[in-house]
Design a protein. Structure first.
Lengths: 635, 635
């Protein structure tokens, strides 16, 4: 019997605009969705009528419960238009929940507001497979990204201000300000200072007992401005902040420095939100984030700056995932939203864990990994599953005829420009040629030991023959199954076949998860494993990359997993190399470390960490109907 | 009969730390507070268990209801430690609601997170007169300031990117990108573009009909980079962003520009949030914000950039005030939070209006204005009341013995340093000498035609004789009454006398509100009226100020009210001139305009719009107890 929150859609043809579909369905009170999941009011905090934060404490309460099946959704190498990965994730869940009577939770990432107002538009799915209310999904949601922005930038301010104050004060002056005497003449260390003392090997807890040398070591972080890797962030596509000079005000006494802003979702704090497993774990990760080095080469952390606790306070509500609903009334957890090209690109471990307990044995949790299987899925397996200890039973690869034609040699696809004729008329040969890309994603994903199901996301102009070509190629490449889906046009009903295939795949999965590399390998060995996985014949390190690898190894960080920052438009570092290129040498331009999040990230070629706005951004169409309060023009 | 949500406090002596008092009281579910105010669940959106956004639609529903009494709280010229204005506002409301059985709503500003983590700490009141939960009050609240940051910075990104795209494209190229042809070859203007066409006097609605000259005028904003007054904002004390150079990335093609960040609460969008009266009004105000001029001297607005609608979408939830509660269970509306020195410093018109309807006839709304009566109260009367058409019946001036001693010639008071002996031992002569400051605040405030009640906020070391001296001086200066209050130590019970005095003042008030200047006066005449009000003998304009006044007058903006950006530490522009200085010449360094908010703001001397962090910021003490989730160390 379907759950009482399920609703059936009246689908129109041709498919109306996303916002019109979203606005045509009255969402259920989120409390009803929560109740259907077995959540009681004390388990969540409402944020308006259609969003609720599910409190992490639920995990403790449900710890005896068995987990449901765990399904990850990746894709082939996409065109700049996207191949409907979120849409497929939502459509599959609508099928499982509304048509196959399964307990199901969709785990999605929160989109960045930058692209929402820029080129891309929203990310709530599309057609009859969407999360609603789509404006609330695409905008502030429950404030998590804003909290990340605030925390990231508080740390940035703490860094520059600390250098400024150290520049103008003696060791003793600094110490007296850091540990001022109270009215009774007593000094005390703040708790966070004890962390720094421990790191320095000083076991004293009375500030008055420190020797002058200990005072110097404690109070003077001696940050090397050249070494600072921490940048400011903003959730806006503001290209003019990519590279800036700060400190030019007269009061800053000439302490100028070149730095820049990234988009907020690229912040290490976003990566921590996605990878953390508890409030206590988040506190530790935030405290050990490394912002740069001292002049003598010691890594300097947020806790050295005294700010790890305050960052946790800013992030304490963000740790709870947000419950929303699909068009057909199935539950969705939205949480974290790192970009998959420049970060690890997966939604949060805590959302997946809560979801797995809520659906229980025989239920399904479908979580999305960003971009292609070379990017999001690789990071899902080697980083996210490594930290969560969760094991997926099934991996989905979303493919479109459009993208496969591009890989087969079709003309360039450019966002905002009309599609070439090749993409809207039958061309089986082009599709078949492009299937090399799909095949490599299948074999790569399968190498982790999971069953791979290919979801062919059907567009109106796709033909039977084209889709059959994809099915055959997928099966030859080792897919467990390959299914044509029409959830964009039909909602969950269009993904019932996919749902059944996923169910079979999950039920027949027996292998343990096989990581691509062991953590104990050196940084270079790990990078080379991933490069080989992409199809590269070798790796080339810049001088800067060599230097950083040496430094991180020396600092004891070499046993972390690797998070490659690489273009999503090719298995290689060159966006124009489509299909399944081989023989290329992967250039590592630089290597950075997110010690709090827990990974080393090599930069493959040049990757922008701050998008820009086009001449006519999406915002031109966006407004509020001031009579009804409804948002117009979001896409 | 007191309302069922009222709770009695067990007060301890000496008064414990603010956070300990706040944590010792279990807040009521905010739904209970809402119900007691007569609000039904469809009137508000919950944000967790202890906060709710009261929807603006309530105003429409209650429009037939009579307003309650309207009381504004200002203060004397403060020390850097603050004189307890928020605390008195809360204490008075606790007295009215919990002891005098009146319907009452407190209207407070949302504090900036910058100072919370910097020097000042939180702003939820103090002692036994606080808003709870105080951590939620002081941190993200319901995301309004984050929304302002996002909107402000989207506009900033739109400005620089537009200049960038105009620099590299022909008129026709620009136009084709702004109005691209769709699949059928049709072009259309986005709604926001029609606003620009109207402004240009072009009545055509079909893009294909524009002449080349009209295309150029429409598509090329031709912004003069030197004229841009719009700055980016961040809700963090980040002094290194005060002056920066942007656009130094290689892709920005050398289009570098000097600019800077202000703290978010200084954004014009915050001023709009505080002064707007409806969603439709906010849409218009956001669209007409002027960001600078074209090279030919025409003001360029957010709507010219196509972004007014998107800004409104970002701000559409922020327009609803947030309901919270005091320690004694009386209701509080928190909304908007502009700084009173660099902005108008008052909470929102919509919060006050909703509150006046909710308390109804005979009830009380107590709203706080920032800093002294020269700053917050002047702007309350001449800007806020002018836009809201509301009339206060009573103005409170909060005074402390400490601040009066400073005005009488006591030694400098410095935040973070122990108080001089003079401030903690009896010195009636010093207090009497300092009462010139109080007297001037009384006569200035009284000149608007309202009854002035002085609230003497008693500290433990203040003596009877000192307080009596203040009472006498206040009555001589024309106060309606002057009352000693102990709400910090005793909660509402300590402000019952104040509550009775306020009630008498409200009931006997009959005069209409007398503004300080008519809007029709010239910009200079209005500035000079305010300067005289401060005690200045004249005004001196910089060349830049003269130029700007001339420009704004020419652009047709001279009939707006004036919002002076002036130090809060003196009636004059010199923080060290205490008491009631006269004969000084007020220097106007620059004049800017907030056309959307609706005021001209002269800068008196140098005012920082971005605070900094001290060597040991408040954040050192702030952390989460990861076992309970409670915030520790907020002050």
């Amino acid at each position: 019997m379907p759950s009482p929150t399920i609703r059936r859609l009246d689908v129109a043809s041709p498919v109306p605009a996303d916002i019109d579909i979203a606005n045509s369905v009255e969402p259920l009170p989120i409390a009803d969705i929560a109740a259907e999941l077995g959540l009681r009011p004390e388990h969540y905090d409402l944020y308006g009528k259609y969003k609720a934060k599910v409190l992490l404490a639920v995990l403790d309460e449900l710890k005896a419960q068995q987990d449901g099946y765990y399904v990850v959704v990746g894709g082939i190498t996409p065109t700049p238009l996207g191949e409907g990965k979120s849409t497929t994730t939502v459509g599959l869940c609508q099928a499982l929940g509304a048509f196959l009577d399964k307990k199901v939770v969709t785990c999605l990432r929160q989109p960045s507001q930058g692209p929402t107002f820029g080129i891309k538009g929203g990310a709530a799915g599309g057609g009859y497979s969407q999360v609603i209310p789509m404006d609330e999904f695409n905008l502030h949601l429950t404030g998590d990204i804003h909290a990340i922005t605030a925390a990231n930038n508080l740390l940035a301010a703490a860094i520059d201000t600390r250098i400024f104050h150290e520049n103008s004060q003696s060791d003793k002056g600094l110490f007296n300000r850091l540990c001022p005497a109270n009215k009774e003449g007593k000094r005390h260390f703040a708790d966070v200072m004890l962390r720094r003392l421990t790191k320095l090997g000083i076991s004293k807890t009375d500030p008055n007992e420190l020797t002058p040398d200990e005072i110097r070591r404690f109070a003077r972080l001696d940050i090397d401005p050249e070494s600072i890797t921490w940048r400011r962030v903003m959730d806006v596509n503001d290209r003019f902040l990519r590279k800036i000079t700060i400190g030019q005000g007269p009061e800053e006494k000439g302490m100028v420095r070149e730095t820049g802003f990234d988009i907020s979702v690229a912040s290490e704090i976003m990566a921590i939100l996605a990878l953390t497993t508890s409030l206590a774990d988040m506190r530790e990760r935030l405290g050990r984030m490394v912002i740069g080095n001292s002049k003598s080469g010691e890594p300097i952390t947020a806790d050295d700056l005294g700010v790890g606790g305050a960052l946790t306070v800013l992030m304490k509500d963000a740790i709870h995932p947000t419950l929303m609903q699909t068009l057909e009334g199935t539950p969705v957890l939205v949480h974290a939203g790192p970009f998959a090209n420049i970060a690890h690109g997966n939604s949060s471990i805590v959302a997946d864990k809560i979801a797995l307990k809520l659906v229980g044995k025989g239920g399904f949790v479908v979580t999305e990994a960003g971009f292609g299987a070379d990017i999001g899925t690789e990071k899902f397996m080697d980083i996210k599953c490594r930290y969560s200890r969760l094991v997926p039973q099934c991996a989905i690869i979303v493919a479109t005829i459009r993208a496969l034609k591009m890989h087969g040699g079709g003309p360039e696809v450019v966002a905002g420009k009309p599609l070439d004729h090749a993409y809207v008329s039958e061309n089986v040969a082009l599709v078949e040629a492009g299937c090399v890309n799909l095949a490599k994603h299948i074999s790569n994903t399968g190498s982790y030991g999971v069953n791979v199901v290919v979801a062919i996301n059907k567009f109106a102009s796709d033909t039977e023959a084209e889709m059959n070509a994809v099915r055959s190629a997928a099966m030859v490449a080792g897919a467990f199954d390959a299914v044509i889906c029409t959830h964009h046009a039909h909602g969950g009903k269009g993904a019932v076949e996919l749902g059944l295939a996923v169910q079979r795949a999950c039920e027949s999965q027996a292998e343990p998860l096989k990581f691509l590399y062991p953590l104990e390998s050196s940084i270079k060995e790990k990078i080379e494993s991933i490069a080989k996985f992409y199809g590269a014949s070798g790796v080339e390190y810049s001088e800067q990359a060599e230097k950083q690898i040496e430094m991180y190894t020396k600092q004891g960080f070499s046993n972390l997993p690797i998070c490659m920052a690489k273009t999503q438009y090719s298995f290689s570092h060159v966006p124009s190399m489509k299909g399944a290129p081989t023989g290329f040498v992967l250039p590592i331009r630089d290597v950075r470390a997110s010690i709090g999040a827990g990974f080393i990230y090599p930069l493959v070629g040049t990757m922008s960490t701050m998008p820009g706005l086009p001449t006519r951004p999406c915002f031109y169409e966006i407004d509020v109907d001031t009579a009804t309060g409804k948002v117009m023009g979001l896409s």
